[in-house]
Design a protein around this ligand. Structure first.
Ligand code: SAM
Ligand code: SF4
Length: 424
């Protein structure tokens, strides 16, 4: 979502500014921030500290902080960082030209963290020339999971009219785009509150019909609201890739209830079974939080067991991080950092075994890859993703970048695969 928001900032400022890769050349330096865990927040303050010298050398350069940390800290951030010119919240992206003008005219340092009822997304040109695109379908969240800061920093849930989304995707496809990932904190509730009568599966169906769309993905769907209709879409809609990110967070029913997730481990495993029945071979990824307040060794064992039972293809795991305003930050029985670290290591070890086994099962198979560019590890090789979202590295010519090719899997690693290009 932050990547998408940064793209929107660059688009909206495109008339007055152009992007530069060198901080020394910048007239405007914007930092887009994440507040989901404390660590990401600390990184913002450390970057701001490092930018003090640059700002002293180039006082005319405007320095701004946007996104979730800006939303959360507001005025405090201006007080804490004297060389900061502007603080704009998660809904401030579209006000940037006006805010910058105000700053220039009044010479006053500014804060704007107000929420707007509807955000005017820009569906204009592709910035990076990439054949892939993120598209926001909704903003905010009303779920109030007890650990999560999102409802406070991104505001209430609001869906974007389907016509706007379709137009954004059409413009992108018209420019040669191939793959679209729809974004929302809980895409399953897409359509709620809109004047038109549309559900998320309805939106997927509309997009899947657009000529030129080769791949469609979405993230994130909440396990509580995963409908039969959405499960059916995986079997029904050819562009919809066989991958779902379904964050489970924990395997203990006690912890799931304390987290306010609205499902039990049994509900979750049942949904996984139904997905696999409807779409055999579907890749499943998830998120886990370890060390939630009150998590005992038995609760943690339940999480380990669920990880094994669900046999996730991949997972993200995080140490619980107490967040301002959230209910869980005030829960008793906060878990010591060392115990969180130790549990995280055990969970990681188990998932790595599962991921490696899942990747090994693909050896010898032929799959379709959308070529994204040169590999970061070995820049003579190309890389791209399978429909399951797994990264594949292989030798091939530069002309294949942006194209869809067939490869045969020859190597399985922990987080990626090696392959040989088939005759295409
Ligand atoms: N909306 C998505 C959902 O409900 O599944 C999740 C969005 S959140 C931005 C991404 C992930 O961050 C969550 O799935 C959770 O695992 C993790 N997360 C959120 N709050 C956290 C916290 N306070 N400490 C650690 N991890 C957290
Ligand atoms: Fe946070 Fe996701 Fe829960 Fe919303 S549904 S509160 S974004 S974890």
């Amino acid at each position: 979502m932050n990547v998408y928001d940064s793209e929107q900032m660059a688009l909206i400022l495109g008339q007055d500014y152009e992007l530069t890769g060198r901080a020394e050349d910048a007239d405007l330096y914007l930092i887009n921030t994440c507040a989901i865990r404390r660590k990401s927040e600390e990184k913002v303050l450390s970057l701001l500290g490092r930018l003090k010298a640059l700002k002293q050398r180039r006082p005319q350069m405007l320095l701004g902080v946007g996104g979730c940390v800006a939303q959360q800290e507001g005025e405090k951030l201006l007080q804490q960082v004297p060389h900061l010119d502007l603080v704009f919240g998660t809904h401030g992206v579209y006000k940037l030209p006006a805010l910058l003008k105000q700053r220039q005219e009044t010479k006053q340092r500014l804060v704007d963290t107000s929420f707007s009822p509807d955000l005017p997304y820009i569906s204009q040109p592709r910035l990076s020339g990439s054949v892939q695109k993120l598209v926001t379908v909704m903003q905010g969240c009303d779920n109030y999971c007890t650990y999560c800061v999102v409802p406070y920093v991104r505001g209430p849930e609001r869906s974007r009219p389907s016509g706007d989304i379709v137009r954004e995707v059409e413009v992108f496809l018209g420019q040669g785009g191939r793959e679209v990932t729809l974004l929302g904190q809980n895409v399953n509730s897409y359509g709620r509150g809109l004047s038109e009568n549309i559900t998320f599966p309805g939106l997927l169906r509309r997009l899947a019909e657009l000529p030129g769309l080769a791949r469609l993905r979405f993230t994130t769907s909440h396990p509580r609201d995963l409908s039969e209709e959405l499960i059916g879409c995986f079997a029904e809609l050819p562009p919809l890739c066989e991958h779902i990110h379904l964050p489970v967070q924990a395997g203990s029913n006690k912890i799931l209830a304390e987290m306010n997730r609205g499902y039990s481990r049994e509900d979750y495993l049942d949904r996984v079974n139904r997905l696999r029945q409807a779409c055999p071979g579907i890749a499943l990824s998830t998120d886990f939080i370890v060390g939630f307040p009150g998590e005992t060794e038995t609760d943690f064992q339940d999480t380990m067991q669920l990880m094994q039972e669900a046999a996730f293809d991949s997972a993200f795991y995080f140490k619980y991080s107490p967040r301002p305003q959230t209910a869980a930050a005030a829960f008793p029985d906060q878990i010591p950092e060392a115990m969180k670290t130790e549990r995280l290591a055990r969970l990681k070890k188990l998932q790595e075994q599962l991921s490696f086994a899942s990747n090994q099962r693909l050896l010898g198979e032929v799959g379709q890859v959308l070529v994204e560019g040169f590999s970061k590890q070995k820049n003579t090789q190309l890389y791209g993703r399978l429909r399951s979202n797994l990264v594949v590295n292989f030798d091939g010519p530069r002309e294949l970048i942006g194209r869809m090719v067939q490869v045969r899997i020859t190597k399985a690693h922990l987080h990626s695969l090696g392959a040989l290009l088939c005759e295409n």
